[in-house]
Design a protein around this ligand. Structure first.
Ligand SMILES: Nc1ncnc2c1ncn2[C@@H]1O[C@H](COP(=O)(O)OP(=O)(O)OP(=O)(O)O)[C@@H](O)[C@H]1O
Ligand SMILES: [Mg+2]
Length: 211
């Protein structure tokens, strides 16, 4: 049975699709990875389209684009046939996003360390809590340290939201890899971006092993 990761955050541009694509690329070739794109913007589906032609892809991933009444059944189907299912959700909590959070073994909330992003995430975090789903915030485009990051981390801790210890910096490599249908582990495996992503992957692996 697959481990289902739903990437959710109401704030647009927080890094949901980038994170979903890079996690899928990192696990491809080792695990049976399925992506489920429930965002009408279809960014992840378009990344997948590029990937099917990318020579440097380490492994195949499956993509489903399903919305509405077919979503629950599709999730059940993917759960049975894959090791990891990663759901990329739109920047609002509508019915589909609620279903995706309800079905998740882990809700991942990418968040740039700023107060508007923190406030925008409150609804997603509250929903995950209400649905009793394990949730982790992942700081994205984050400086390694600094007073703003500390402030955001303190506010998250005060609200009871758990944060991954690892985070991703602001690195152009993510956009470059995305444009090729790849992840940073494939385009630039020795880069800082790839090292940071590997730390995020390792943390998620630990959560998955304990689940
Ligand atoms: N760690 C990062 N470093 C640099 N650029 C990043 C990083 N993460 C995301 N980006 C860039 O930020 C922009 C938004 O990212 P992305 O599309 O992944 O966000 P999103 O949360 O999926 O957006 P939406 O809410 O519209 O679906 C993209 O141009 C992407 O390349
Ligand atoms: Mg997106």
């Amino acid at each position: 049975m697959a481990f289902i990761i739903t990437v959710a955050q109401q704030k647009g541009g927080a890094g949901k699709t980038t994170l979903a694509a890079n996690l899928a690329a990192a696990w491809s070739g080792q695990l049976r990875v399925a992506l489920l794109d429930i965002d009408p913007q279809r960014s992840l589906s378009r990344w997948y389209g590029l990937r099917t032609k990318a020579a440097k892809a380490h492994g195949a991933v499956h993509l489903s684009e399903v919305a509405g009444w077919r979503l629950a059944a599709e999730l059940d189907r993917l759960r049975k046939s894959h090791d990891i299912v990663i759901i990329d959700s739109p920047p609002q909590i509508a019915t589909d996003a609620k279903l995706a959070i309800r079905g998740a073994d882990l809700v991942l909330v990418p968040m740039q360390p700023s107060m508007p992003d923190l406030w925008a995430a409150e609804g997603t975090l509250a929903l995950a809590l209400e649905e009793k789903r394990p949730v982790r915030v992942m700081l994205n485009r984050a400086a390694a340290s600094g007073s703003l990051r500390a402030k955001v981390e303190a506010a998250l801790a005060a609200s009871g939201a758990a944060c991954l210890a690892s985070s991703l910096g602001n690195r152009v490599g993510f956009a470059n890899a995305f444009a090729l249908g790849l992840g940073v582990s494939e385009t630039a495996p020795k880069s800082l971006a790839a090292q940071e992503l590997a730390a995020v992957v390792a943390e998620i692996e630990t959560i998955r092993e304990r689940a």
